[in-house]
Design a protein. Structure first.
Length: 474
């Protein structure tokens, strides 16, 4: 298997980059795990119960073992969260568990989470991997979990795993798994053409998909299979609402209406994407059908620009030195020139670019939200109390009605009411345009024909690897 980036940290309490979180799914289990339809299901849990809005009883499954042979108990769960939330432990994941007041052990397999306040998002965040009691910093390099694969080590850019024979869901069919990190996209494609890789999930760019079609593998003499299915990685344009121009809602409407989204998807994503109107894809249980939609309409774009009262303005588009971002910059410069707006493009290395975004040093930028599961993403991106450095509301967006709804949503456990509340939030945010949604990228999975039981999750999860098998070759 090949991946396109290096997992930054194999400690599930710390690693937040996509590569790390995918590898965590091979090594660890959480109290819950994600499903294909944006819900969660019990993973290490036998059962759970809300004793009150601020007390949750968790009952663990019996007979679950860590890779070191020790049985999972309540002590391991308590240790995982106590260490994560300790004052001297540094992790960007702490914020997701800020509602936890304390964890009390009731028995070998029972424990109670007592919360400072009701938190409807907490269960979604409990997909984080559980580590053994007493594990310290060494787990970032020598991880031990209860997951389907045991980490055997690393040599340069290759990670080695073996199937865990005592895995509580059943030992994986693939007994040995080698994951190679290849950062260059051309090299990744050539690796497949030579028959030196069996599987790649979302690391073959749309540009290169066509070059793989019909190719016969030299070594295994089997066709390469390519699947492109709807995903939930959402690309968007971030807008600075503190800016003297972009604080004007009519200008934001003009910018939105002047983009030819179908062309962008066709030429930049080679058709491997679909139009986005908000943070959540249409399949999500909280998706609203009533979102305000600003589809391409040049007449409306010119109308709202006149209404904004601006003439011959110039805006700065800041992006990272990546192919998709650079192509997008050129396309937007062309689209916006059609309504009389000049665009200055500034390209930076990603670290410099991202530092400026967090500091609010931008007018317009492109980024993506990866693998959104819970609608509480709107809390961190749209609530006024989560303006950086406290959250990801980089637009500096503020709407008192949205704030009030989001405050209520965090305390709602009734599913239908929660769904209704978030749908109202989605509508209001879409109407205000603190960001411009572009597209949801497809999941592009490339694999050799000898690989069976490929199951593609919307956010590209690796859970399916515990069920993958290989055809016997003759």
């Amino acid at each position: 298997m090949i991946i396109d980036s290096n997992p930054m940290n194999l400690d599930p309490r710390i690693g937040t980059d996509q590569a790390s979180q995918r590898i965590h799914q091979l090594i660890y289990n959480g109290l819950f795990r994600k499903t294909k339809n944006f819900y969660i299901e019990k993973d290490l849990l036998e059962n759970y119960e809300f004793i009150s809005p601020t007390k949750i009883l968790f009952v663990l499954k019996k007979g679950v073992y860590f890779h070191n042979g020790k049985e999972l108990t309540s002590k391991d769960v308590k240790w995982t969260f106590d260490t994560l939330l300790s004052s001297d432990f540094k992790s960007l994941r702490k914020g997701a568990f800020k509602s936890i007041k304390r964890i009390d052990i009731l028995g070998k397999y029972k424990l109670i989470f007592e919360l400072k306040f009701p938190d409807s998002s907490l269960l979604y965040n409990l997909v984080i991997g559980i580590i053994p009691f007493g594990a310290e910093k060494e787990i970032s390099k020598e991880p031990i979990g209860t997951g389907p694969f045991v980490f055997e080590g690393r040599e340069h850019n290759v990670l080695f795993f073996k199937a865990f024979s005592s895995y509580f869901r059943g030992m994986p069919s693939v007994k040995k798994l080698r994951i190679k990190i290849i950062k260059d996209p051309i090299t990744r494609v050539l690796t497949f053409k030579k028959g030196e890789a069996d599987l790649a999930v979302n690391c073959i760019p749309p540009d290169f998909v066509k070059s793989l079609k019909g190719i016969k593998s030299i070594i295994i003499n089997k066709s390469i299979i390519i699947k492109s299915t709807p995903g939930n990685t959402m690309y968007y344009l971030g807008l600075n609402l503190n800016d003297k121009y972009l604080r004007n809602s009519n200008l934001r409407k003009a910018l939105s209406y002047s983009i030819n989204y179908k062309e962008l998807i066709k030429f930049i994503m080679k058709g491997h994407a679909r139009r986005a109107y908000g943070l959540l894809p249409p399949e999500h249980w909280a998706y609203s059908e009533n979102l305000k939609k600003f589809d391409f309409d040049l007449k409306k774009a010119k109308y709202y620009l006149r209404k904004a009262g601006f003439n011959n303005i110039s805006l700065e588009f800041k992006c990272a030195n990546k192919k998709v971002s650079k192509r997008l910059a050129v396309a937007l410069k062309y689209y916006w020139s059609k309504i009389g707006i000049n665009v200055k493009i500034k390209i930076y290395e990603f670290s410099t670019f991202y530092r400026d975004i967090v500091k609010g040093n931008f007018q317009i930028y492109p980024l993506a939200w990866v693998g959104i599961l819970s609608p509480d993403i709107y809390i961190y991106t749209s609530h006024s109390k989560f303006i950086p450095p406290y959250g990801a509301n980089r637009a500096h967006y503020s709407n008192p009605e949205v704030d009030s709804l989001l405050d209520k949503a965090s305390e709602i456990y009734d599913f239908e009411l929660l769904k209704k509340t978030y749908r109202k939030v989605e509508y209001l945010v879409s109407k205000d345009i603190p960001f411009i949604p572009l597209w949801f990228a497809n999941n592009i999975v490339v694999y050799s024909k000898k690989v069976k039981n490929i199951e593609i999750y919307p956010s590209g999860e690796y859970y399916f690897l515990e069920k993958v098998s290989l055809r016997n070759e003759k």
